[in-house]
Structures are given as structure tokens and as C-alpha cells.
Design a protein around this ligand. Sequence first.
Ligand SMILES: *Cc1c(COP(=O)(O)O)cnc(C)c1O
Length: 225
Amino acid sequence: MGISENFKAIKSTIPKHVKLVAVSKTKPISDIELAYQSGQRIFGENKVQELQEKHPALPDDIEWHMIGHLQTNKVKFIAPFIDLIHAVDSIKLLKEINKQALKNDRTIPVLLQFHIAEEESKFGLSLDKATEMISSEEFSALENIAVYGVMGMATFTEDQNQVKTEFSKLTSIFNKLKTDYFSNSGCFKEISMGMSGDYKLAIETGSTMVRVGSLIFGNRNYDEK
Ligand SMILES: *Cc1c(COP(=O)(O)O)cnc(C)c1O
């Protein structure tokens, strides 16, 4: 099957309230155009350089999401156009995003990344770290970021029960933060979880945004998380 067929088949399994981020990392512009022609408008990339190349070459009504780990010194390159930054896990990064947003006279939407997997990872917040950060004065002073919700990745395993437990953990973190800190925020409503292998389970467990790459575009030649 081609990209258009893959896209339509997957799209039909995703309920209306769930957003589909088509993860086009490592894929050429011509592949993105095919998905675009089938109606897809949200694309996710995990490298700043690819975003810089693809954004100007494609239609203006595409929503670009940065889904990978973002280095502080590269925020400036995507700040003028990025629509959502998924993997924010430090006050240092938030402050830089805020600074660059201000420079561009805009507000940049972000998701807070949580470490929900069993696997060791240097990325992602714990609930304790997040609450400490959100309660800080430094955080309150950031007027040019908008926290749209949370993001996480489950362990890469066949064990569906484990994946489900990890997704449920992210949903409870979202609910707790919503109640305790964002009850007056109209924009704190996204739970970004679920990839090609587990997006259906993620939707059953509360996901509002799935990030699907290989099921739409085929396997990637080189795979970097
Ligand atoms: C690559 C990537 C995806 C998509 O992975 P697939 O298994 O190809 O669907 C989703 N989220 C993140 C953060 C990624 O880096």
C-alpha cells in the first residue's frame, strides 16, 4: 500500500476527538505532500534541521510539531513557526522557549514530557519534579509559553498490560495537574501518547494526540528516537 492508502486506513481508526500527528522524520518532502493531499495537516519531526528544511518547502497551513528532544541552543531556529513542542522537561528549556517566543512576538505551545516507561532515560519529568517546577516563581513569569498538556512514551515491549499501565500513569498525571494547577487554563487539554505499535491502546487509555510514523510512511532506514 502507498502512503495515501496507509493514511486513510489509519485515519479511519482514530476517533474525531483524537489528533493524528503524522511523524515524517527522515522522510522526503514528496512523502509529506502525499499525506497532505490526502488531507493530513499535522506533521511531527524530531530534528531541528529537518524542520528548517521542510517548513519553507511545504504549504503554510501545515501544523508543525517538534516531537523529539530539543536542545536549548536550537530553539531559536524553530521559534518563528513551530506550532507545538512536545518534549519539554526542564525549566531551562522552558525559559529559552519563552525568550525566543517573546523575540518573535508570539506564544509557543508546549507539552511537558513525563518519564512513564520502565526503561532508563535521561528525558522526562517525574510528577514531583513537574509540580516543583510549575509552582516556582520562575515558571509563573513565563508569559510567552502556553502549556497544552503532557507527553510520554511507553516502554518498547510486547507486554500490552505494561504499556497500558504506563499510559494510564500519564493520564493520571494529566488529571492531577489539570486539577491542581491548570483548572483555569483553557488550553491544558492534550495527552500526547501512542505511536505506530501502541496508538490504539493509547486512545483507549485517554490519549488525545497520537504520533504515528512508520504505519503511514513505512519503515525508516535509520531510526533515531
Ligand atoms: C519516531 C517517533 C514516533 C513515531 O514512531 P513510529 O513507531 O514510527 O510510529 C513517535 N513519537 C516520537 C517521540 C518519535 O520519536
